[in-house]
Design a protein around this ligand. Structure first.
Ligand SMILES: [Zn+2]
Length: 498
């Protein structure tokens, strides 16, 4: 049921937030879907829902397989109810409602955990400043003796402290709630941001805390823009920015490097002769839209097919990577390609497709969709690659950044991308050229060195010749000619060096 059930959004679905009045009673979700095309009924949805809900609905992925609906328990990865997950969920709720009393050893662990977060140093530093109450909020500045109006500029209701700004202000609370964290802080009492963070560190996975840190940081930046430049405090923009940053972070995150062999830059490896390889990738842009890119290449690295598309979509990075893969396989099938290898830099998705990882309930549907398409295309070979070996697909995913496109290119990639020369194979050739150039430089240096050495010897000869000319003991009838000739030789050598 559209109005009653919690069915919008992923990974933690929620109900309708806006006005219900235009929604017909008894309306079901299937009434919002064009069953033939397997897409949302855009205009109908925009007609009966408020924008906030319409955007959330339209950004949800619909499986064209139309699998039967099922309930999932969102507090466990598998989507199945377990007593353990229920216990942790209840505990987390209780912890959110009561102030934790952290011992000093707990505090040390919490600080350690905070500094070990895999976010950019700026975010960690910001979290540290927030926890130690050293951010220049209004109350912070007042404490330092500045004569300012201490009222929160976002809500205009009370004094702006760190706690108010992040945990109580009615302007910032929707950011937490509408983000993928689904954090409802209304009526919660944490006392301070530090207590809040410590509580979350105890009951939430590390990825959750990283997202939390990034969101808090984006709230602070947006607050500064509003206070200093009067730039609108845009909740969805903050969420989109945080999501984009998280995705970028996840992309650049590398496993710790162990030895020189591993440190070698990974490169695109061509498929076996006579076969094709598909590389896919995804990008999230500033306005919250998502770009998908793919490229199909043969053994020689020549492009057979490439594509890029942009759309409004929300979901975890694994879901988005899955949609990029669906896009690629669908276009490859349309062009008549089958039996190709599929390569992506999403470890979760690839391991799920390889059967090495149990899919989480939130991305199981997309995994099944990809599997079905892959079966149709007779491809069973899924490979995980590092981002560096997936550069062309990465550039194609970023291609629709400024233009709303849904394009496919045959036997080429867009000229702007060709201009970047980031084809992984070209990169290899460039490396080879550099080695050749270095060799030539080596020979040139050796030649110059030899000539210089020769010139020094000629110098010695010159001195000897002078001595012969000046000293009768060395008596030589043609010493004068010797001198002249050696000088001529020296001049020749010098000019050749220059
Ligand atoms: Zn406020």
């Amino acid at each position: 049921m559209v109005a009653e059930d919690k069915w919008i959004g992923s990974p933690k679905p929620d109900g309708i937030k806006g006005n219900h009045t235009k929604i017909p009673t008894g309306l079901k979700v299937r009434d919002l879907i064009d069953m033939e095309g397997g897409i949302w009924r855009h205009s109908y949805i925009k007609q009966i829902f408020e924008k906030i809900d319409a955007d959330r609905i339209l950004s949800m992925h619909i499986s064209r397989r139309f699998p039967p609906d099922k309930y999932i328990w969102i507090h466990s990865k598998s989507g199945l109810f377990t007593v353990k997950s229920a216990y942790y969920w209840i505990k987390a709720r209780e912890d959110q409602n009561h102030l934790p009393i952290a011992s000093s050893s707990d505090q040390n662990t919490a600080w350690k955990q905070m500094w070990n977060l895999r976010v950019i140093p700026k975010v960690k530093h910001f979290l540290w400043r927030t926890c130690t109450e050293s951010l220049p909020t209004k109350s912070g500045l007042l404490r330092r003796g500045l004569q300012i109006d201490p009222i929160c500029e976002l809500c205009g209701e009370t004094i702006e402290s760190t706690t108010h700004l992040f945990l109580e202000c009615r302007s910032t609370l929707p950011v937490w709630y509408l983000s993928t964290l689904r954090l409802d802080l209304h009526g919660q009492q944490f006392g301070s941001f530090k207590n809040f963070l410590w509580t979350m560190l105890q009951c939430q996975p590390i990825e959750y805390i990283e997202m939390l840190g990034i969101i808090a940081w984006r709230i602070w930046l947006a607050r500064n823009k509003w206070c200093m430049e009067k730039k609108r405090f845009d909740v969805m923009k903050i969420i989109n920015e945080a999501q984009r940053m998280t995705l970028e972070m996840y992309h650049t995150r590398q496993p710790p490097r162990k030895d020189a062999k591993e440190r070698k830059r990974p490169q695109w490896i061509p498929p076996p002769p006579g076969t094709l390889k598909v590389n896919t990738d995804v990008a999230v842009f500033h306005d919250g839209t998502v770009g998908y890119g793919f490229v199909i290449r043969d053994n020689a690295g020549a492009v057979s097919l490439a594509g890029a598309r942009r759309e409004q979509k929300q979901g975890s990075s694994t879901i988005l990577e899955g949609i990029a893969m669906l896009f690629a396989i669908e276009k490859a099938l349309e062009a008549g390609f089958t039996g190709f290898q599929v390569e992506s830099d999403s470890k979760c998705l690839i391991e799920g497709l390889q059967g090495k990882r149990k899919p989480e309930a939130t991305w199981n549907v997309i995994l099944e969709d990809v599997t079905q398409y892959a079966n149709m295309a007779q491809c069973t070979n899924f490979i995980y690659v590092n981002r560096e070996a997936n550069q062309l697909a990465h550039a194609l995913a970023h291609f629709p950044k400024d233009v709303d496109v849904n394009l496919v290119w045959c036997n080429e990639v867009p000229s702007s991308i060709e201009g970047l020369r980031i084809d992984d194979r070209t990169q290899r050739e460039r490396n080879r050229e550099t080695v050749e150039k270095m060799k030539l430089l080596g020979w040139w240096l050796m030649l110059v060195g030899t000539l210089r050495l020769a010139s020094v010897w000629f110098g010695f000869f010159d001195i000897w010749a002078l001595r012969v000319a000046a000293h009768p003991l060395y008596g030589c009838c043609c010493s004068g000619i010797h001198i002249n000739r050696s000088k001529v030789n020296m001049c020749r050598v010098i000019s050749s060096i220059e």
